[in-house]
Write a protein that binds this ligand. Sequence first.
Ligand code: ATP
Ligand code: MG
Length: 650
Amino acid sequence: MASVTDIESVLKEKRVFPCDPAFAARAHVKSADEYEALYRRSTEDPGAFWAEVGRELSWFEEPIRTLEWNCPDAKWFVGGKLNVSSNCLDRHLTTVRRNQAAIIWEGEPGDTRVLTYQMLHSEVCRFAAALKRIGVHKGDRVAIYLPMIPEAAIAMLACARLGATHSVVFGGFSAEALRDRINDAQARFVITADGGWRRGAVVALKDAVDEAVEETPSVERVVVVKRTGTPVKMNRRRDLWWDELVAGVPAACEAEPVDSEHPLFILYTSGTTGKPKGVVHSTAGYLAHVQVTTKLVFDLKDEDIYWCTADIGWVTGHSYVVYGPLANGATTLMYEGAPNQPQPDRFWEIIERYKVNVLYTAPTAIRTFTRWGDEWPQKHDLSSLRLLGTVGEPINPEAWTWYRRVIGGNRCPIVDTWWQTETGGILISPLPGAVPAKPGSCTKPFPGIVPEVVNRDGKPAATNDGGYLVIKQPWPGMLRTVWGDHARFVKEYWSQVPGMYFTGDGARRDEDGYFWVMGRIDDVVNVSGHRLGTMEIESALVSHACVTEAAVVGRPDEIKGEALAAFVTLAAGTRADDALRKELREHVGKEIGAFAKPDDIRFTEALPKTRSGKIMRRLLRDLAAGKESVGDTTTLEDFSVLAKLREEDE
Ligand code: ATP
Ligand code: MG
């Protein structure tokens, strides 16, 4: 008998893509056997495994113990003292990396900058010294509200250098969202810009800051980068131009040794499910986790140009644009603007021009590219690419195979990386030379990580049965608390299944030990006694040639309990009519079974998404049920999408 928490799995995806032998031969982890041996060793003696990882960091004082675990409170690398900015910069200055590019940056208008490790080090030291002069101390919170410009990374690293805790707020957020995040963290300083470029227009960041700080009594100083040259109001007592602040300041600033557990940053989750939480990350554990995952998952090589397209406002931008790559001494590419500026081939043009080797992006972007059409990537030589990655949502097998074929030329492995703001770094992902891929599966756990699929009582689910995805052992990059609300940390993450970290995602593990994330537990739909994850029905819809994106939610139904409502975005030029609705229902019936046929199908130009591009099913659920949305909508990307859907409703 299935318990009420079980989720039924209906996705029939059987394809397996073995590792390419030539790729594997050069990879850090070269075979399934090697991975399995490493994994076994890492879980039999996690202390030894993570201690080894920790030894790859550069320490002022070595830790005396790897882990102190009082569930749910972890202390990693106890007694150690280090500094993240010296790990990302100073230690590379005595090697050949000194003169290599740390950051290759391109602005949306086409302006570029390259910063070698030496240059980045100087910029960070200068800015850190300047921040010190205006009173930034160890332990202060600094809000960073910037576009994707090198100053964003410089500001983060300068805070880390001083031991100040940064709170990066995505530059697309409104004044209201910024204000709430500043107040929650009680930030004393804000670092922003006069503006940033997005789709050919200026995003007025400074105006938003001006509005926000009217209601943030903790803020003393605002530092402003000149990016767009847009006229802005400067408050003489409060605001300072970045370039004036650093003028004449020597590029010298000792890195402050901080305790391993010192809070490196606070980051608010993307808010797909509700009120954003201030996730707190540590120094040593976080850095060790992102350093080793960047190296092994992206199989980094010294000569690589690595591009993660995430904004630094998200955890992916923290871990895999800034800290992970720089800790490894890699070259990280940053791009400021939109993927369709001036044309839908901007990404492919960048890849061709810089000869990018590793591309890490999100399913939402990939689905958008499929809608724009193959002709855009096909205009460009993408042969420099050797590895592709995705993160952020489950990727539908159809989008996965498109990514592999059209972008990866059937040549590049894909790493589908599952993790969360809370986990700090990647927890489940193939190692590209060692673990064969299955489209739609994030495959196997990273060494040292022990995930499981369980029922509500914490018992392991049977093979291929859906359930709750939990993590059974602590890992170094895990969040330490929710800022200012430790009770919420305990309740949301450690109380649902006692003694285990609760991810909030539904998943199943197949006969090969592969994990398949089925969507969020909160989004599970219940039709005629079947509990289904959204990802699988959506994937069935997306596997139809006319559909590029789909979101499925449940709505109350007197007879079935819950009926299925599908919101569907079509490929360009498709006729949206009843005949297609019927065809899509039949298609899902064929792919999954008659019980999963959507009751309603609504065609829509766009789906409501968070600013990080994730579908907000919560809002669609309210819409389908004919209710007003009451939850937090400040993280919604485009209000007009929801307004349009509502209008059609009337
Ligand atoms: P909030 O927690 O505020 O609702 P969020 O969960 O969207 O927002 P993130 O931490 O950015 O915030 O996202 C983590 C979530 O994204 C995971 O819990 C999972 O649902 C989804 N996710 C991320 N990567 C993958 C992946 N590779 N496969 C499937 N799902 C993924
Ligand atoms: Mg979440």
